[in-house]
Design a protein around this ligand. Structure first.
Ligand SMILES: Cc1cc2nc3c(=O)[nH]c(=O)nc-3n(C[C@H](O)[C@H](O)[C@H](O)COP(=O)(O)O)c2cc1C
Length: 218
């Protein structure tokens, strides 16, 4: 059975990123995949990014997977074994959230082949996708902020494992009640309108993407 793993790199378990991931999961599940969601900010998960132990590079050692023993290690095993991998993160200060970047370091570095850069060490090829959510209102401003470089470098690294894609959700609703916060630059009315009209479309894109990732062959 196709295994699809979903990684939530937002601390909010029901925030914009999580909702999109869950909808993608529903799509993957309906397409016949066995699905699992991991919340990287779960308090039970104690981990850091790459610890530079070089176990993944040592001669005769296990290759292509991070074996550093902490709470993330079993999840790294699942990520390597997955047929489909979907990562999600909010934009934090111009980058994917720190938790997702730490996860990506642990995923990508073992695949980098210091003996042959052109041939990464891939134990199992997979289709993948990244979901980015943000205040940024559209693709034009995304590019003007260089997010297409800063954010997409991370996401496109998943392309080592096979075809990968990015789903963007702009101008997300950040607070439950905008009146409680100092946020005069954020237009609440526009935010509410986006939540009502655009976010449901993003959810549908996520659902279709989840399905597609499971059903597309080759
Ligand atoms: C620490 C922090 C930094 C943020 N930095 C940015 C940013 O640089 N650009 C942006 O467009 N949005 C930024 N945001 C807004 C979030 O990316 C946005 O609200 C996102 O959809 C939150 O995802 P969530 O609902 O899944 O938690 C930031 C939010 C936080 C909490």
């Amino acid at each position: 059975m196709t295994k699809a793993l979903f990684i939530n790199g937002s601390p909010r378990k029901n925030g914009n990123t999580a909702q999109l991931l869950k909808r993608a999961m529903e799509g993957a599940n309906e397409a016949g995949a066995e699905v699992e969601l991991v919340n990287l900010y779960d308090r039970s998960l104690n981990y850091k990014g790459c610890m530079s132990c070089f176990a993944c590079k040592i001669k005769g050692g296990r290759k292509g997977v991070c074996t550093f023993k902490d709470d993330l290690q079993p999840i790294m095993e699942k990520a390597i074994e997955a047929d489909v991998l979907v990562c999600g993160a909010p934009v934090y200060c111009g980058y994917p959230s720190a938790a997702l970047r730490a996860f990506m370091e642990r995923l990508i570095f073992p695949a980098v082949n210091y003996s042959d850069f052109a041939h990464p060490i891939i134990n199992k090829p997979k289709r993948s996708a990244t979901i980015f959510t943000m205040n940024c209102p559209n693709m034009e401003i995304y590019k003007a902020n260089n997010y297409d470089i800063l954010m997409n470098v991370n996401a496109n690294q998943l392309g080592m494992f096979g075809p990968t894609e990015i789903l963007y959700s702009f101008d997300t609703y950040q607070f439950n009640d905008y009146s409680r916060y100092d946020a005069a630059m954020l237009d609440e009315e526009r935010k509410a309108e986006m939540k009502r009209t655009q976010f449901p479309k993003d959810l549908e894109k996520a659902y279709e993407m989840g399905k597609r990732l499971v059903t597309t062959k080759g």
